[in-house]
Structure formats: structure tokens, C-alpha cells
Design a protein around this ligand. Sequence first.
Ligand SMILES: [Zn+2]
Length: 267
Amino acid sequence: MRKLFILLSILLLFLTCCRQKEVKNIQIPTKELSRIESIENKLKKAYPDFILGIKDNQLIWTDSTTMIFDDKILTKSHDSLLNFPDIEDQFFYEYPSDPNYMDILSLNYDPGRIRNDAFLKKMYGNTEEEVKENLVEIIWLPNSDSSKLLVTKINGIHNKLEQISQELDTLPDELKKFVIKPAGTFKWRVISGTNRLSAHSFGIAIDINVEYSNYWKWDIDSKKEFKYKNKIPLQIVNIFEKHGFIWGGKWYHYDTMHFEYRPELID
Ligand SMILES: [Zn+2]
């Protein structure tokens, strides 16, 4: 009788262990799947001309080519995220739509600063010459500035920036001063002090008036520290975000003159 009881207990313990393992095995892929699905939906919605979907860890493009979605490296430092990001890593930091974005601006929180070069080159051009083939000129704030800016027509970005320009052009002068005299759009270049291509290389970014801007590198003190600063009003930011442009002022490494077209990051 006692032997039977011990045997039964062992059997019960064995079954419980198996069950727990089974439940664990089901839970992990389900959780991962919903994250992948959510990213897939964002990419398809943002870039309907280019992205078909994600299958078997491959991002599938409309021309049937594929790219590895997730390199499966589980922990990356902030530097590795910047220098060796896969497609999935671009979503590592969630871009805050909240006006209280400062609350989540913790160390290295840089949503949108993680860019996969291959992903952007595939859409906008592999070389300076290829990018230039798709650049068109727009007139910035025709009633108050009239600078000529070069932006890409891929993904209709030139039209979106023109709509932004029209809305900004109707603002009162005390707001318009932040966006007149823009510092530039297209420039094939690496980000200063790095080997990474800037978003400006693809004709998808604009820097507004430098006079009212703050940049983390300008504020580094003798202790190599810097403290967040910004003068750009959120009314300006909202107009850009509405048309798919994220703002560099929502980065720990702030660059408040900088806006770039990354609609996949904006809810
Ligand atoms: Zn910029």
C-alpha cells in the first residue's frame, strides 16, 4: 500500500511537471507572435507599396525579396542597437504619442534613432545617386519663407511635407519662427562621430530653424553629461506627427530641430 502511494505520488509529480512545461511552451510563442503581428501590421500600414508581411522570420517585400526580421540576439547594448539593428530592433523603444513624453525619457530612450540601413536603402536608394533619382523640390512655407527643399517622392513623402508646410504657414508668427529658415533636408552623410548614415541621406528628414533648437552634443559638459533641453512647442510637433514624421525631441539624445518620416512608429 505504501509503495503504491509513493509510486502514485511520483507519477503525479511527473505529470504536474509535464503540464507546466507544456503551458510554458504554449505561452512564449503566443506572446512573441502578437508582437510580430503588431509590427507586421504597422509596417504594412506605413509602407503599403513595399511591405507584404512577415513570415518565418523573414520580412517579405512586394518585389518578393526578403530580409531577416529578427537576428535572435536576445540582449543588445544601446550601442549595438544603434550600430547593428535588425528590422525588429527599430521598434525597441516605443515612440510616445503622449504630450507627457518626458516621463519616459529615461537613459538612452531613443525611439526612431534605431535605423536598419538595409531597410531604408531598399526603399529610398542604395547610393547617393539612387536616392537623388527620386528627389523632388518643394517650396517650404510659400507665404513666409519660400526655401526650396529636396525630399524624396517615395512613399509620397514630398506630398506629406507639403501638407505640413501648408499647415505651418497658417500659424501665427510667434510659432512660425521655429520653422522658417529650415537648416536642410537631403544630404548624403554619416551622423557626426559615427559610421551610420543619417536619415537625411534618404531625403526623408528635415531640420527646422537651428536658432531655436537644442542638440545633446552641444550640451555635453566637462563631465561628459548633458541635460534635456527643448524650445520647440508641441503644436509644431503635432503637425509633423499627424503626417507620419517623428521628432528628435522625443529622444534621450535629443535633436529638437530634427523630424523624419517614420510612420510605422506613430500610433
Ligand atoms: Zn536632422
